[in-house]
Design a protein around this ligand. Structure first.
Ligand SMILES: O=C(CO)[C@@H](O)[C@H](O)COP(=O)(O)O
Ligand SMILES: [Fe+2]
Length: 204
């Protein structure tokens, strides 16, 4: 784990995928392991919860000291109350939407969140292909956030690499998660730098 973390020391965050084998058909780990990563990592953690009942579990990840905790809108009973709770613990509050989930319901509550994650693959597995059909939704969200003067971060996750990061940045994303494109590279830190500069060239 330490060696893996050292390979991405130049990243802004370590994105941690928590999967419960209910919300998604895959299982990773829970709070105990995330706590260990938190203790070991020199880079702050961005926790992505792909779990049922985040209202019950998400605060625990904030208590561990994660910089941000993102739960799925589809799974939360009271998204705004949960975001407030995460913020009160000191974490950035994030809400994620699956590719087919509309974002219009978030427009009136944008300021309740620090980041919104637009999934660019179906959650559950790394190494999938980017879904370009998610871009119009991202663009609508970015336009709305701008119109309202919101400072919410717009994150994309899934299939992000050299060509797709450009599309996502063009559509208004400002925070990018890359798994395979970084860990599959010979030099992960260099891959991060290249992705970062490609994104900034396509940000307007
Ligand atoms: O949350 C998820 C998938 O559910 C992502 O964080 C992926 O694990 C990112 O991996 P790549 O698509 O970049 O390989
Ligand atoms: Fe993720």
């Amino acid at each position: 784990m330490q060696t893996e973390l050292a390979r991405i020391a130049g990243a802004d965050f370590v994105h941690v995928d928590v999967m419960d084998n209910h919300f998604v058909p895959n299982l990773t780990f829970g709070p105990q392991m995330v706590g260990r990563i938190q203790e070991t990592s020199p880079v702050p953690l961005d926790v992505h919860l792909m779990i049922d009942d985040p209202d019950r579990w998400a605060p625990e990840y904030a208590e561990l000291g994660a910089a941000s905790v993102t739960f799925h809108l589809e799974a939360a009973a009271s998204p705004v109350a949960l975001a407030r709770r995460l913020r009160s613990i000191g974490a950035r509050a994030g809400v994620a939407v699956k590719p087919a989930t509309p974002v219009e319901n978030l427009f009136d509550v944008l300021n309740e969140f620090d980041q919104i994650l637009v999934m660019t693959v179906e959650p559950g597995f790394g190494g999938q292909s980017f879904l370009p059909e998610t871009m119009p939704k991202l663009r609508t969200l970015a336009d709305e956030a701008k119109r309202r003067g919101s400072s919410v971060w717009l994150q994309v996750d899934g299939g992000i690499g050299e060509s797709t990061i450009a599309q996502a940045a063009e559509a208004g994303a400002d925070t990018f998660v890359a798994g395979s494109a970084v860990f599959g590279a010979d030099d992960p830190d260099r891959a991060i730098q290249t992705l970062r500069s490609t994104a900034s060239r396509h940000t307007h």
